[in-house]
Write a protein that binds this ligand. Structure first.
Ligand code: 5GP
Length: 139
């Protein structure tokens, strides 16, 4: 069964289009976390950020950047969060790669908060960890 974004791309479900070209669609998120909250996605289905072909990923990120820039100019946003959830555990609810562009107006938005608290790194061998990740990276 088609995911909801494939259905929007195919014109089966209406959306508020911010931008469209041959490869990329950007629409307002139906749940506006902040005013102007936009989703940027490839038209050709792929599951998530990690599995998206590099050429398409670059196009999606280019559009996300330009939308963030425009939102700073026209909406009076003073910051932007760029977010892409990968996997249900990370909060991905639609399994079709997309990037959230979330304009920020306040340091504490009523609808959106990210808290990052560091763990005790004394228990982690940082050099070994960095090497392990590096060695597994795609060339
Ligand atoms: P995720 O949770 O996968 O990172 O983000 C999915 C986003 O898609 C959610 O923020 C949700 O509000 C949005 N969304 C889900 N269904 C629709 C829809 O039919 N139209 C639009 N414009 N956004 C949707």
């Amino acid at each position: 069964m088609k995911d909801i974004f494939c259905r929007i791309i195919d014109g089966e479900i209406p959306s508020s289009k911010v931008y469209e070209d041959d490869d990329v669609l950007a629409i307002l998120d139906i749940s506006q976390i902040t005013k102007g909250h936009t989703l940027v996605m490839p038209k050709k289905h792929c599951q998530d950020f990690l599995s998206c072909p590099q050429e398409i990923l670059h196009k999606v990120m280019d559009v996300a950047q330009r939308i963030g820039q425009a939102e700073m100019l026209v909406l009076g946003a003073v910051g932007v969060n760029i977010l892409s959830n990968v996997g249900e555990i990370a909060g991905q609810s639609v399994i079709h790669f997309h990037v959230h562009v979330i304009p920020r107006y306040l340091s504490q938005e009523p609808g959106f908060q990210i808290t990052m608290q560091s763990q005790d790194i004394a228990a982690i061998d940082m050099q070994d960890l960095a090497k392990t990740i590096h060695e597994k990276m795609e060339k």
